[in-house]
Design a protein around this ligand. Structure first.
Ligand code: PGA
Length: 254
């Protein structure tokens, strides 16, 4: 399966800085690497339109993701951005259920489930994040917790509607800490989640990807990205540094 590498820029960069970073990334990519690996960036909402214009004008093979979407489609919901609005901007992907949103904005699996369904209806690929806390990992009950997160966030999905879905295993203790999960930890979780998902009626082996996020860097990307069961990476901090992000992309054996 084609690997996917997603840069999550979080709440960094105004739209001018985002354009600069994006242009630098574009110029630094080896020709045609973006045909072999799907490269995605997720800037803030205020930068999506500016970057989309560059992608369109130069017919680039780099894709855009939103970092979030509203659970509502339209109406009196001040400050929200809908899946319809993202769709009109040709946004291909949207991160949902990132642990930072669960932690700081009280997002529940139920809210995430509504968002996932709204995105699927607009043919935007959801990047569904799931992951356990440090306490849950040390308690040993993390697998039940993770399967529950996946079960709740994928309710109501129908095979005839689902095209692509990405599940991103992002253990909370590994995000922004410099302490990545070991390959063994990642493979264990992804294998079990994959087994669970493969029994779901919406499962399509070619269209469902399982990626890892949490302190991915040029130091560990080789091992992570070349594991057969891991289809890619969601990269936070290192995606803001073009040199590091390129090194991560280039660590995929083609
Ligand atoms: P990190 O972030 O790479 O900085 O750990 C990953 C993420 O939050 O998606």
């Amino acid at each position: 399966m084609k690997k996917i590498i997603i840069g999550n820029w979080k709440l960094n960069l105004d739209h001018l800085e985002a354009i600069q970073l994006f242009q630098k990334l574009n110029y630094s990519l080896n020709t045609d690497i973006d045909e072999k690996i799907s490269i995605v960036v997720a800037p803030s909402h205020t930068s999506l339109r500016s970057i989309q214009t560059i992608i369109d004008a130069d017919k680039l093979n780099i894709f855009l993701s939103s970092q979030d979407v509203s659970m509502f489609n339209d109406g009196a919901y001040t400050g929200e951005v809908s899946s319809n609005q993202l769709d009109k901007l040709n946004i291909s992907f949207c991160i949902v259920g990132h642990s930072e949103r669960r932690q700081h904005f009280n997002e529940t699996d139920e809210i995430i489930n509504v968002k996932v369904n709204n995105l699927i209806n607009k043919e935007i690929t959801p990047i569904i994040c799931f992951g356990e806390s440090n306490d849950q990992r040390t308690d040993g009950n993390y697998m039940d917790f993770l399967i529950n997160q996946i079960e709740n966030s994928t309710k109501g999905l129908r095979k005839d509607k689902v095209d692509e879905i990405i599940f991103a295993y992002e253990p909370i203790w590994a995000i922004g800490t410099g302490q990545n999960a070991s390959l063994q930890d990642i493979v264990e979780v992804i294998s079990k989640v994959k087994e669970f998902i493969s029994k779901k009626s919406f499962f399509n082996e070619e269209k469902i990807k399982f990626i890892y996020g949490g302190s991915v860097s040029p130091d560990n990307s080789n091992e992570i990205l070349n594991s057969k069961i891991i289809d890619g990476a969601l990269v936070g901090g290192a995606s803001l540094d073009v040199d590091k992000f390129i090194k991560i992309i280039e660590s995929v054996d083609l």
